[in-house]
Design a protein around this ligand. Structure first.
Ligand code: MN
Length: 228
């Protein structure tokens, strides 16, 4: 093999509860997967199904590290989400077998430059600058699927400076977890190391420098960060 001409970038990984690390290949995200959130964003969830976008793997932030307030926005929003980590790849995965492909689960925040997203929607431009920026995906430690009941229901919430901003149940998802995995695998072959952010419930809003953000999903864990 030819020698690398620059130092290869480090492998992004997420710590696993109880020890070890999960290497990250790609981050897929689901848009508008909770009806109330679709409505708060001005869309009719009965007319438009959820859809996919992605973030770069190195947008991951672990260990409760602070995230810098990003440049080029004045409306940074939090979105609390259940994250599924793929351990067994596949394409055209069936709904029935979908959870067999999941190695574990985590709690993540899909930080969004909401002003740039609104501009992108209006201008029919891609979402990358709104969603795929550096430090935009804080995540908790992963919990092995073998260590818990598949998280198909349970409280999902997010607090800013101790005040509840998002509070819902993951059973409110439009596409539940097996359908998310199955649908995604129709478009992309999934590989071990892929993370799937499964969408956020209603209550999204802005944070400013100095805010402390904490999110949790019952039975899965909690994620925290501060805006620096
Ligand atoms: Mn999201």
């Amino acid at each position: 093999m030819a020698e690398f001409v620059i130092t290869p970038p480090p492998q992004v990984s997420v710590p696993v509860a109880g020890g070890g690390a999960f290497p990250v290949r790609r981050i897929y995200c689901v848009g508008r997967n909770y009806a109330e959130h679709a409505r708060e964003m001005g869309h009719d969830p009965d007319a438009e199904p959820p859809f996919f976008f992605s973030k770069p793997a190195d947008a991951i932030v672990t260990g409760g590290a602070p995230i810098p307030y990003p440049t080029e926005t004045s409306n940074l929003h939090y979105e609390i989400e259940l994250v599924a980590a793929i351990g067994t790849g596949g394409k055209g995965i069936s709904v029935e077998r979908a959870l067999d492909h999941v190695w574990g689960y985590a709690v993540g925040i899909d930080f969004t430059r909401r002003d740039l997203q609104a501009w992108a929607k209006k201008a029919a431009k891609p979402w990358e600058v709104a969603k795929g920026f550096d430090h935009s995906a804080p995540i908790s430690a992963l919990v092995a699927a073998s260590a818990l009941t598949p998280p198909l229901k349970g409280a999902i919430k997010l607090e800013v400076n101790g005040e509840t901003r998002q509070s819902a149940d993951i059973s409110d998802m439009i596409w539940d977890l097996p359908h998310v995995v199955a649908e995604l695998s129709r478009y992309f072959e999934l590989f071990p190391g892929d993370l799937i952010f499964t969408g956020t419930p209603a209550g999204v809003g802005a944070v400013v420098k100095g805010d402390s953000v904490t999110g949790s999903i019952a039975g899965v864990g909690s994620v925290e960060t501060t805006i620096a």
